[in-house]
Design a protein around this ligand. Structure first.
Ligand SMILES: C[S@@+](CC[C@H](N)C(=O)[O-])C[C@H]1O[C@@H](n2cnc3c(N)ncnc32)[C@H](O)[C@@H]1O
Ligand SMILES: [Zn+2]
Length: 241
């Protein structure tokens, strides 16, 4: 029976479409673009940025409900969530100048994003589908109960250095930025470690030149590199078999 209301229709997609991949908290959406280039059928890349394919503020219950329904209707085979990590990294806690109230708000929003992400991953697992999340290697999110519960089922953490995937600053200096992916599929090919042999730049302050000038280095370094997306897209599509 056709549902009287369809989330797919609500966002202008056909009822009955089945997606291989969907990226949530997608930022520059490079990962979705690479999956599509390799022949994967992608759902819209979701972020609150004006440039997002599907612009949703995922801190509200109604948008979360819409996204939940989209995942359910599309039976999307793999979802990836790179939820915001500022609250979960010590660097942010120490250096950012915020009042107690601002921290409380940030905490509530951050925990909300994390819990929603974990909830989606658990649902994927229950439905026999795949999923992944990405956070800095030392982020507190990896120590939260939601993740440890996933780890006690069939999820595993895979670690890498971002410089091994070509991350560098505006002067071409490699940025080591230790990252981690958590997934219920084998992502061991993503576990590339630094072999730079030259000094690294620092993920601090703001970009001094080039197209990203003025933006915070930490924000720019959060965008997945092309090499990272290509390697990850291969794994995402390999799991279709
Ligand atoms: C760590 S960045 C992800 C960057 C991404 N991996 C990339 O390759 O560009 C986190 C993303 O979460 C998005 N975000 C933050 N708050 C959000 C909200 N309330 N709803 C939807 N997206 C949000 C930000 O705009 C940002 O793009
Ligand atoms: Zn390196």
């Amino acid at each position: 029976m056709r549902p009287s209301w369809s989330a797919m229709q609500e966002i202008g997609r056909d009822i009955g479409e089945r997606w291989d991949f969907m990226e949530i908290f997608s930022g520059c959406s490079r990962l979705s673009k690479e999956v599509a280039k390799f022949g994967g059928k992608c759902g819209p890349a979701v972020d609150c940025l004006p440039s997002a394919e599907l612009r949703l503020d995922l801190s509200t219950p109604s948008t979360r409900a819409l996204l939940w329904q989209l995942v359910k209707e599309s039976r999307v085979r793999w979802i990836h969530l790179g939820f915001p990590c500022t609250f979960f990294i010590n660097l942010g806690r120490c250096t950012a100048l915020r009042t107690h109230t601002q921290w409380e708000e940030l905490r509530e929003t951050a925990l909300g994003h994390m819990e929603f992400s974990i909830h989606l991953l658990r649902e994927q697992e229950t439905e026999g589908r795949d999923g992944s999340m990405e956070q800095p290697r030392n982020a507190g999110s990896w120590r939260c109960r939601g993740w440890t519960e996933l780890e006690n089922s069939s999820f595993q953490k895979y670690i890498y250095d971002s410089c091994a995937f070509g991350l560098c600053d505006e002067y071409g200096r490699p940025l080591q930025k230790p990252g981690a992916l958590g997934s219920n599929r084998d992502l061991s090919t993503m576990e590339r470690q630094c072999c730079c042999g030259v000094p690294h730049g620092r993920v601090e302050g703001s970009v001094q030149q080039g197209p990203e000038k003025g933006r915070r280095r930490s924000e720019v370094a959060g965008q997945y590199t092309l090499a990272f997306c290509q390697a990850f897209a291969r794994e995402i599509l390999r799991s279709r078999i």
